[in-house]
Design a protein around this ligand. Structure first.
Ligand code: PLP
Length: 461
């Protein structure tokens, strides 16, 4: 064994005795590097990717901490920087500080949400936090939920449960109804579920980007004539391109009339449900069977953080429970690997819990309200004569100069994205209604009105 390897053995794993001084030194160095990166964001811009960026793949011999810290620094310098005030492209806000701490603790704990015996306290924490959230949105005592790594997986958990609940198994006639502006993760869900395009029916939206109820009713009637079996309708609470909210009350009444599972994709807007901010449709979300909430998307809980809340926990148990023959169970406590798709899962709920505990409802409202204010300031000051503008009640706005055809929209948005990036503003370029648009997502707490005014100068003039 080399001398180098012998030295390294001291820092393979945390020590179970003594002060763990080596670990503390390493954590301090890593923290320093991370904080330097945060505080130098202005120097590098929101997306300082260096085309020459290179990383070294693992070799026969391992490397020292010094070498690795240099490599970490260069990795950070070439990474997307969500704390930069010009980072306005996506639903990826700056990381909440208490959530960063939560990730550190979760990594150190290395507990496993697969089973109670591998994560007793965290299992209870996740169960209680989901229940607390579910009760806040108006579900009753049978409700609960499960965390998952992102909104796509929460949607998938919900849709598999919906289909199971409808007793459809892999029936090729089963269909899912969503609006034409619903997120593409639902297309992926359908594929994973062994179905294809024809099993996903898209309902038209109205001028405000909300699911058109007349088209929904027409489609439902057509489906019954064609013997298609609807296992769920997805209502989106905050669409990805413009933040529109489907008419939850009307859709829930239809689902009740026809005994169809209502899933709300609240990946973007669902978090509003625990605040008193008046957003249309919130009063009725408790009519759903399941709701996806993604606290990673607005309030800065670090990725990934998503919850699926269900009106009735039995629906998850009935769908996913297989028995875990190598794991002990405890009466009245669910092994959380048995109520969703994921098996082994980290204690991501810690950062959500810490984030919520630190912010409180008032802090969450502050972040959400300031996000909407930023968007309103932007819309108020953008040149209305020049731009076609799409937005809803949330913090997202998409826009394009009036009168551009699809090809010109492609060219204009590409050029504009490049030009804005030179001035350290990062916007996204969604394809929407057959054209490309620019999209600003105003959830960055570091972005103030002077930044937005500067951005508008590049757009209006
Ligand atoms: C409305 C909506 N649903 C689902 C998702 C998928 O979430 P994730 O990327 O966390 O899987 C997104 C992502 O932006 C979204 O906007």
């Amino acid at each position: 064994m080399t001398e180098d390897l012998i030295k390294k053995r001291d820092i393979y794993f945390p020590s179970y005795f003594g002060g763990n001084d080596n670990l503390i030194t390493l954590l301090n160095t890593a923290t320093q590097i991370l904080c330097d990166w945060f505080s130098k964001a202005e120097n590098y811009g929101p997306l300082p990717f260096d085309e020459n960026f290179n990383f070294i793949l693992p070799e026969e011999e391992g490397n020292s901490a010094e070498v690795l810290f240099t490599e970490i620094e260069s990795l950070l310098k070439s990474s997307f920087n969500p704390v930069h005030p010009g980072s306005l492209a996506h639903l990826d806000p700056p990381p909440l500080i208490f959530s960063i701490l939560g990730d550190l603790i979760a990594a150190g704990l290395n507990n496993n949400l697969l089973a109670y015996e591998l994560s007793p306290s965290i299992t209870l924490l996740e169960d209680s936090l989901c229940k607390w959230f579910a009760m806040k949105i108006g579900f009753d005592d049978s409700s609960g939920g499960i965390a998952a790594s992102g909104g796509t997986l929460s949607n998938l958990n919900a849709l598999i449960a919906a289909r199971h609940n409808a007793g459809l198994g892999s029936d090729p006639n089963s269909v899912l109804l969503v609006s034409e502006d619903a997120h593409s993760s639902l297309v992926k869900c359908i594929r994973i579920m062994g179905l294809d395009k024809k099993n996903l029916i898209k309902i038209k939206t109205d001028n405000n980007g909300r699911m058109n109820i007349i088209d929904l009713r027409r489609t439902l009637d057509k489906c019954s004539k064609e013997n298609k079996k609807i296992f769920a309708i997805v209502a989106t609470f905050g669409t990805t391109v413009r933040g529109a909210i489907d008419p939850i009350k009307d859709i829930s009444e239809i689902c009740k009339e026809r005994n169809i599972w209502l899933h709300i994709d609240g990946s973007i807007g669902g978090i509003f449900a625990i605040t008193s901010i008046p957003i249309e449709g919130l009063n009725n979300i408790n009519k759903a069977n399941s709701i996806t909430i993604n606290p990673q998307k607005i309030i800065g809980i670090t990725k990934t953080s998503s919850l699926l809340l269900v009106a009735n926990m039995r629906t998850l148990v009935n769908t996913f429970s297989t028995g875990l023959p190598y794991i002990s169970s405890k009466e009245n406590i669910l092994n959380r690997g048995e109520i969703g798709i994921q098996g082994s899962r980290p204690a991501e709920v810690i950062k959500l819990w810490l984030g919520f505990r630190f912010l409180g409802i008032n802090g969450i409202e502050d972040i959400l309200k300031t996000s909407i204010n930023r968007k309103e300031f932007f819309i108020h000051n953008i040149c209305k004569n020049k731009f076609e503008i799409y937005s809803g009640p949330l913090h997202i706005v998409s826009f394009l100069p009036k009168g551009l055809n699809p090809k010109d929209s492609d060219i204009w948005t590409q050029n504009k994205v490049n030009e804005l990036m030179k001035h350290n503003f990062m916007l996204s370029r969604p394809k929407f209604k057959g054209k490309y648009f620019l999209r600003a997502v105003m959830g960055n707490y570091n972005t103030n009105e002077s930044h937005i005014s500067k951005l508008l100068n590049f757009l209006n003039n």
